[in-house]
Design a protein around this ligand. Sequence first.
Ligand code: DX5
Ligand code: ZN
Length: 218
Amino acid sequence: MIAPSILSADFARLAEEMAAVGGPGRGADWLHVDVMDAHFVPNLTLGLPVVESLLRNTGTPLDCHLMIEDPDRWAPGYAEAGAHNVTVHVEAAAEPVALAKNLHAAGANAGLSIKPNTPLDPYTDLLRHYDTLLVMSVEPGFGGQKFMPEVLDKVRAARRMVDTGHLNLLVEIDGGINADTIEQAAEAGVDCFVAGSAVYGADEPERAVEQLRSRAAD
Ligand code: DX5
Ligand code: ZN
């Protein structure tokens, strides 16, 4: 699956930018929405009112990546609003098991994200409560950074747990994914690829999505 990140889109034309990458079946499977609070990460983007507007303007499922402090308090609102996936950071969640349950109760899939330098081992017991694991392959905060291949060990570890039947989880990767880096991520076992600059920096975003999809399948 391909999830274009609207972080690299024109924020004054978000509805058109969402439409430009198509929807399920012809283009984007999910639209990735980066919520940043200028505390958990050194950047500020958008919050719940904008996500509510986005939901009214697209039929594509929204994959909300919350790079915020205190997700225990704020994340369920995104689920109640109708986001398909609500992903919180393991470094920020105080009670990640209770939070996953709250997200499910509000009707969303629960995602757990992990920064490049955070080890996965201490958190593997949490994963059975979540639907996706979002492995960050850049330091969260900005688009257009260089892919960090060392995080693929975490992808491989998660893939093994899924393939051996120990977990039922989608493995997602976020940061520096483009036509060159997507193949190694696919080989490591990623199910869903987030791409911001590689899609919205292209002349034809919908074509860029299809190119990424075919490179991942190679
Ligand atoms: C970064 C965000 C990413 C970002 C990826 O903190 O979480 O979703 O949009 O952008 P690219 O694909 O340009 O690295
Ligand atoms: Zn993201």
